[in-house]
Design a protein around this ligand. Structure first.
Ligand SMILES: [Zn+2]
Ligand SMILES: [Zn+2]
Length: 324
């Protein structure tokens, strides 16, 4: 399967996190978290259409100013998604500068603030001196971004404050085997789309009328070729609670790559509870129970700077434990 997107961690796990994702077909990029962006070229930053911010602790949001600096002259808007407080956080960042010389600049910033039951929206335009323009909100939907077959899904986690976790995946591809269709003498028609929908939505008792005859899903399923799309998940800065862990397992389910924090060693579990971060053992448990194909550790307490290998080994070992 050809990759639809390519993801890379911009920094080592002791630096402020940034996950950069480049799309193959779209010629654009998105970014998860806005930490230390100095490892990205101006060209790479200028390709970013959407930024997904887990939360506004300084290590995850400090790169905002650098991104803004690179985008001021851009015609296409930048979309920013974040948890409770992101609209105010963006507004306050923007108000920290003097903007009397930018009226002619085209940049538009569109912000979506994910709450439990609603998504609030606001715009900030350079032409308006970046003053906040409130927009009407929409009901909460886990799929916060969809474009040309790509979906970003979110969930809200507890980190003492609300934090977003994300998955990015390609919609399942369902193709019809045209040679087999011809061989069986079935006429193409709208029923093919109905068949694809039934497969996508797993409607096992679906039936279809083709050339005046009724068929069940099982009679036609061999005409289709189903390819599961590529998927990554990015989850960091979550308290080591059972609820968070279950949410993480569900969000990362069957991802090709899970980017996950392992902020503390397993033996430092008490500290992990106090600081609302995962341990290596819990990161490994999520990797294992979400059945992900591979994982990368994104965020580790700087106090372990000399024992990176031990951290990685603990996560790996926990990911291989027999299920309980
Ligand atoms: Zn952090
Ligand atoms: Zn944090």
């Amino acid at each position: 399967m050809k990759s639809t997107f390519f993801s890379k961690l911009v920094n080592n796990p002791f630096q402020d996190p940034v996950l950069y994702v480049r799309f193959r077909r779209e010629k654009g990029s998105v970014m998860f978290d806005c930490g230390d962006v100095y490892g990205l070229s101006v060209r790479e930053i200028q390709k970013i259409s959407d930024i997904f911010v887990t939360h506004m602790h300084v290590d995850h949001f400090i790169g905002f100013d650098n991104v803004l600096r690179c985008l001021l002259n851009r015609e296409t808007p930048i979309n920013i998604y974040g948890p409770r407080g992101i609209i105010d956080a963006v507004s306050h960042k923007l108000m920290g500068y003097t903007w009397n010389l930018i009226k002619g600049y085209p940049l538009k910033i569109e912000v979506s603030e994910v709450r439990r039951d609603t998504i609030l929206r606001a715009s900030f335009y350079a032409s308006e001196g970046f003053n906040k323009i409130a927009r009407s909100g929409t009901p909460f939907d886990r799929a916060i971004m969809t474009k040309t077959g790509l979906i970003v899904e979110t969930d809200i986690f507890d980190h003492g404050i609300e934090v977003l976790g994300f998955s990015l995946y390609e919609d399942t591809q369902i193709n019809i085997n045209k040679a087999l269709l011809l061989e069986r003498g079935l006429s193409p028609g709208p029923w093919l789309n109905e068949l694809k929908t039934a497969i996508r939505e797993d409607i096992k008792d679906a039936s279809f009328t083709v050339d005046g005859r009724c068929y069940h899903l099982n009679d036609l399923i061999d005409l289709t070729m189903v390819t599961k799309g590529q998927k990554i998940a990015y989850i960091t800065d979550i308290a080591p609670s059972e609820e968070n862990i279950q949410k993480a397992i569900s969000l990362a389910q069957c991802a090709d790559t899970l980017y996950i924090e392992a902020f503390f060693l397993a033996e430092d579990i008490e500290r992990a509870h106090k600081r609302n971060h995962l341990t290596t053992a819990q990161a490994g448990q999520i990797v294992r129970e979400a059945k992900v194909k591979s994982f990368e550790v994104t965020h580790i307490s700087p106090k372990y700077i000399n024992i990176l290998d031990r951290i990685k080994k603990e996560v790996k070992e926990a990911s291989l434990l027999a299920g309980v």
